[in-house]
Design a protein around this ligand. Sequence first.
Ligand code: HEM
Length: 254
Amino acid sequence: MSIDAKLAAVDLNDKHLEDGQRTPQAEGATCPVTGLTSSGKTCPFASVGSPENLQEVDEEALRKDINARMVYLKDFVNFTRHDEDAIRHVGPLINDLIPEVVDALYSKLFEFDITKQVFMQRNDGFDGPIPTKLDDLTLDSAQLVYRKVFMKNWCRRLLSSDFSSPKTFTWMDKVGVMHTGVKSFKHRTHVSPLHVPYRDCALTLGWVGTVLQTATLQLPEDKLSMKEKIDSVGAINKILWIQNDLFARHYIDE
Ligand code: HEM
């Protein structure tokens, strides 16, 4: 089935899209790497297609239509209802760690002048004092405290969003765009554009992934079984790579 045909079959008002977005050959396919089949959902690679079922992808639609992109991304990384459930399950269990994760993330960004200096710019909606010298900007500066609220929101939304909804992908896409100097959010139209190199966004996503996945693996067995941990780590990895694409596509001239 072509991506266009799949898109036509997607009811965008339906909150819970089925795995019909996946390749038709996904169920029961054998993974060439592990030899496992997807029927028991044991192998994350098992939806590998076959030459007979080659999908047609409209690259123009991938560039212009976020819904087409969403279908392709989910299909490619094999992000299914099973992954959504895994994220929904682990989200509340690691939610309380988010303030700590965000504090540690900003400490990381403050380790290097090139990532720290981005925070010298006045943030949208912040009208408190801003230091004039990089050395004077500290992690407890008023603007940084304000800034962390947004990052905590992103983490929370990442762990609790409805990944069947195109709205979620539109939001994730806007998060990517806004770092390229283009104003994507209505509430940011009056502020100066933000420019963060893709390099640092991708590194940050990788950093967040390690922290969230480690926190998941460290949960006690009575809260999350080993099987659930494996599912959650895989699902977190997939959604972070999807978010990565929704950054990268705005930097890379495909
Ligand atoms: C995992 C990668 C990243 C994610 C998911 C992310 C997410 C976000 C979000 C959700 C916002 C607020 C959007 C809003 O206004 O509603 C934001 C703003 C911002 N981000 Fe990022 N960000 C990332 C990486 C970075 C990096 C690496 C830097 C700098 C080195 C950075 C600097 C900023 C700044 C300065 C703002 C505030 C702009 C303003 O309010 O004027 N971000 N980011």
